[in-house]
Design a protein around this ligand. Sequence first.
Ligand SMILES: Nc1ncnc2c1ncn2[C@@H]1O[C@H](COP(=O)(O)OP(=O)(O)OP(=O)(O)O)[C@@H](O)[C@H]1O
Length: 250
Amino acid sequence: MLELQNVRKQFDGKVVLDGIDLTIADGEIVSMLGQSGSGKTTLLNIILGLTPPDSGAIIYNGRDITRVSMKERGFNIVFQDYALFPNLNAYKNIVYGLKNKPGLLSPAELDGIIDFLELRPHLTKSVDQLSGGQKQRVALARTLATKPSILLLDEPLSALDGVIKETIKARIKALTKKYNLTCIIVTHDPEEALTMSDRVLIIDQGKVSQFGTPRQVIHQPENSFIEEFILRQLRIKRDNIFQLFEGCHV
Ligand SMILES: Nc1ncnc2c1ncn2[C@@H]1O[C@H](COP(=O)(O)OP(=O)(O)OP(=O)(O)O)[C@@H](O)[C@H]1O
């Protein structure tokens, strides 16, 4: 279980995170949703260990890890741009993180990850021969190969479209179940957050606006920001689609 207790962060005197409290259970998928500049990435980096909080505590399975290094925390991230090494093929990218960790992952476990993400036909391809969805899966495989105890994903679907988006969504859900992996996702898209997650953390100007299941967010919005930012956006999307068919007799 991961707990954040009263986490605060300022940059250049500007409050970016203002007393964040939350608890995430093992195996849970949590999306952090908020507008640009609301503090999502800062919070993700604080959990990862890349950015130290000014105050507050991060507790993981009962241990205070606030000052524990990123490496020792054992969490891992898939960055928004995937950050693949362009000079290495797909396979070499996947096993890159295992270089200095002999024995961390057995050959059978590596095969399991490759097959689960259906990457076997693409292993010898160079990065520029991979499609967006394939790059995303290689980046996921590379991160999973390090056996993270928490998987962090920064805007995992933003570069993907249509069917590929839905496939990756389903795969992320399936892998959290298969590996009982806690997964924390940053997104600015309400539809993505509500359809992928067990719970959604909505951040507004550095504060938790609501933290609840998708059902709670939709049916019991706790404040006008949720109404305005989340539900209104979804209604506009739905109305746009229905307007397409207005006057159309099919
Ligand atoms: N290293 C930094 N130095 C100074 N200011 C920073 C730094 N990192 C973030 N900020 C500021 O903190 C605020 C929150 O940034 P953050 O990247 O966490 O937001 P975000 O919700 O992830 O936004 P986006 O969706 O646009 O990526 C912004 O005003 C940003 O300019």
